[in-house]
Design a protein around this ligand. Structure first.
Ligand code: ADP
Ligand code: CDP
Ligand code: MG
Length: 209
């Protein structure tokens, strides 16, 4: 099926270069989509049905703030402004989480959010995604969902939501286009109900034979 060059799982040498210390092959799916498009919700379903480990870049960054890390204040300020945290920080968190996991299949949610994220991850880990799951949703629907998410997040307010939408269009869409040019994007209509969206997701993760 896929070409040799685009083989999804990296070979063990590359992974060792990227400091995943053991000999395991790693499969990564990037899960992208605007804020509120349902990435986290669908990832929870995919974990249950398909045995992936869910790594949310946003959750890892929020945990880093809580842990009292020296970067905490900087991360908090960037999240409040809807800005993208420097890749050095986020890639390290993702890499550590993959190393600590006993799984070899990861959903990386909300990452890469810009070209710098994309290039840094690939350079540091040597990992290329198997595919990119893209949740396509209107801003109107995403805004409605974010304003009723009720998780007490500092960025789920009108002002920050505007900024996050702008960053998504200007910085994250180009990453999706980059992978689309490589035929790696699996696009889902995320404006439907949670169950309907998951039906579409399932068909993407279920190998056709
Ligand atoms: N298909 C859907 N229809 C309606 N609400 C949804 C749907 N998917 C998720 N939600 C809700 O919208 C909010 C944002 O979803 P979430 O999964 O956190 O999105 P993201 O991680 O992309 O920001 C949550 O409160 C979630 O329960
Ligand atoms: N790759 C990433 C992911 C998130 N973030 C920051 O974390 C915020 C929240 O990300 P998130 O993925 O939890 O947000 P949602 O899209 O799930 O609503 C983003 O707006 C960024 O400020 C980042 O800087 N870099
Ligand atoms: Mg999320």
């Amino acid at each position: 099926m896929g070409s040799e060059v685009d083989a999804p799982a990296v070979d063990s040498t590359k992974v060792v270069n990227g400091c995943l210390s053991n000999d395991k092959k790693v499969t990564v799916v990037f899960v992208l989509g605007g804020p509120g498009s349902g990435k986290g919700t669908q990832c929870a379903n995919i974990v249950k049905y398909f045995g992936f480990t869910h790594l949310s870049a946003g959750d890892l960054l929020r945990a880093e703030i809580k842990s009292g890390s020296e970067n905490g204040t900087m991360i908090q300020n960037m999240i409040k402004e809807g800005k993208i945290v420097p890749s050095e920080v986020t890639v390290k968190l993702l890499q550590r989480a993959m190393q600590e996991s006993r799984n070899n299949k990861f959903l990386i949610d909300g990452f890469p959010r810009n070209e710098e994220n994309r290039a840094a991850f690939e350079k540091v880990t040597g990992i290329k995604p198997e595919f990119v799951l893209f949740f396509n949703c209107s801003e109107e629907e995403m805004e409605k969902r974010l304003l009723s998410r009720n998780e007490g997040r500092v960025d789920d307010n009108n002002e920050t939501i505007r900024k996050r939408f702008k960053v998504f269009v200007e910085s994250s869409i180009p990453v999706i286009e980059y992978y689309d040019a490589k035929s790696k994007v699996r696009k889902v209509d995320a404006g439907k109900s949670i169950d309907e969206v998951f039906e579409a997701v399932k068909s993407i993760f279920t190998p056709a034979n």
